[in-house]
Design a protein around this ligand. Structure first.
Ligand code: HEM
Length: 468
């Protein structure tokens, strides 16, 4: 018995010594450099009182590719190298869950796919990806073209154009009689999305909450009609209604609603902002406008002066215009960063990212880093003729949550530019070059511009001013 006790004692001692040695050899990861700011407030005031690029840029210069901070009530880590972002969004994506403020989650609806990270996310993502696939876009090119023409003819603006295109992918060609109500309530909802979330009568947030309720009712009517008429459509709503999981379970009414409103949110303002920037760059850089005009006018001529519709193949083959779209995505970096939360302690290059801390991959910092983009502050679409460093161009994110609507966004912009350049002239008001965050970066005062419809006739061009 004594011998057994002795063996146990020796074994325990050896284990203790070996384990202790291992622990001593493995230095504990340290927190990244950076400042946590003031007690309670952290660095929130600094972030909101200055241009976010300056806030992020100065810290990147001071601390490098990873630094800590404390904003919006949470400690967090910011990352600004392609490798670090790939680590969070792709290779270790399971360790970082998406996180959004509760007030935003409430407006979009908690079942919208981008709040999730599990099987539910995979299932919803498959449905959304199918409805936004290249085949779906190809089928809808004539409809997107019709929306571009009618938007330009009535000059109802980029916001309406991008809403109508998103609605086309969600509701297909049907349900047009509900469109105006959907649009009106969606824009009220959108207005309160980024304002201070006080739910008191009359506040923007409260108006948003009420608009969200009305949207639910309208969507309820649309779904009821589809079910009554036994309409089976290939659009996103059709896929959501048809879906059954492995246990034969269908989606709940709220899951369908949240995903529809979520896709509208993801699609509309982002693409409208991109459109604004492209118009601004086309206005500011005359050689860019010229290159786009040459390309688009040749396609217009091949289509017998616009008598034939734009073909799918033509939308896939607009190299100079496509490069301008990419360069606008880089320069403007509409989604400057995204939010994740570490689900456990994670180590990255000897730094500890603590469980529960927010993790912010900073896309804009990569897009504006001279190590990856020569003279990053110059608008230069030709940089996309050469290869771009892997993971350095991420306007649509990366990994499991990467934007499923990126081809829709690019195609609708190309179609819009084709009609704009061939049929209109415009003049943007002088700008002070400033940027306003709303929450996406937009030129100061938006982009006030005058548009003229151009009639080409034998006596030359005649202009008809249609909007300011
Ligand atoms: C210029 C326009 C657009 C930009 C810059 C953009 C950018 C992004 C980015 C960066 C993400 C990933 C966010 C993250 O990882 O946290 C994302 C996700 C998403 N986008 Fe886009 N987007 C655009 C247009 C669209 C359009 C037109 C649609 C739909 C028609 C769309 C639908 C979505 C959806 C549903 C997600 C969530 C995907 C998921 O969580 O799995 N986006 N977008």
């Amino acid at each position: 018995m004594n011998t057994v006790l002795l063996y146990c004692f020796v074994f325990a001692l050896l284990s203790f010594i070996l384990l202790g040695k291992q622990t001593r050899n493995k230095p504990r990861a340290k927190l990244p450099p950076g400042s946590m700011g003031w007690p309670y407030l952290g660095e929130t005031l600094q972030l909101y009182s200055q241009n976010p690029n300056v806030f992020f840029g100065t810290r990147q210069q001071r601390y490098g590719e990873i630094f800590k901070t404390h904003i919006l009530g949470s400690p967090g880590v910011m990352l600004c190298s392609p490798e670090a972002i790939r680590f969070v969004l792709v290779t270790r994506a399971h360790l970082f869950k998406p996180t959004y403020p509760k007030s935003k989650e409430k407006l979009s609806g908690p079942s919208a796919l981008f709040f999730h990270q599990d099987d539910y996310h995979t299932q919803m993502r498959r449905l959304v990806q199918e409805s936004l696939s290249l085949d779906a876009i190809k089928n809808l090119v004539p409809d997107i073209e019709a929306i571009a023409i009618s938007t330009l003819d009535s000059w109802s603006g980029g916001q309406i154009f991008t809403f109508d295109v998103a609605a086309l992918f969600i509701f297909g060609r049907s349900n047009t009689h509900y469109k105006e109500q959907l649009k009106k309530n969606y824009f009220t909802l959108d207005k309160g999305y980024n304002c201070f979330p006080i739910n008191l009568p009359g506040s923007s947030y409260n108006k948003s909450v009420l608009a969200r309720r009305r949207l639910s009712l309208i969507l309820g009517e649309i779904i009821k009609e589809r079910k009554e008429n036994k309409l089976v459509e290939k659009d996103l709503l059709g896929s959501l209604l048809k879906f059954k999981d492995e246990q034969g379970q269908t989606l709940t009414h709220n899951q369908i609603l949240d995903n529809i409103i979520g896709v509208l949110f993801a699609a509309q303002d982002t693409t409208a902002t991109l459109l604004t920037w492209i118009l601004k760059y086309m206005h500011d850089y005359s050689e860019l406008l010229e290159a786009i005009q040459v390309e688009q006018r040749a396609i217009f001529a091949a289509n017998e002066g616009g008598n034939q519709s734009l073909s799918w193949a033509q939308t896939r083959n607009m190299p100079p215009t496509s490069r301008a779209v990419k360069e606008s995505l880089r320069m403007a970096s509409i989604i400057s960063f995204t939010f994740r939360e570490a689900v456990e302690d994670v180590e990255y290059k000897g730094y500890l990212i603590r469980k529960g801390w927010k993790v912010l991959p900073l896309f804009r910092n990569i897009h504006h880093n001279p190590d990856f983009f020569n003279e990053p502050h110059n608008f230069n679409p030709s940089r996309f003729e050469l290869g771009i460093r892997p993971n350095a161009f991420v306007p649509f994110g990366n990994g499991v949550h990467t934007c499923p609507g990126n081809e829709v966004a690019k195609t609708e912009i190309l179609i819009f530019i084709y009609h704009l350049v061939n049929k209109f002239r415009w003049e943007a008001a002088a700008s002070d070059g400033g940027i306003h965050y709303d929450p996406f970066p937009v030129p100061h005062q938006g982009l006030p511009a005058k548009f003229w419809k151009e009639y080409s006739g034998s006596q030359g061009a005649l202009y008809d001013k249609i909007a300011n």
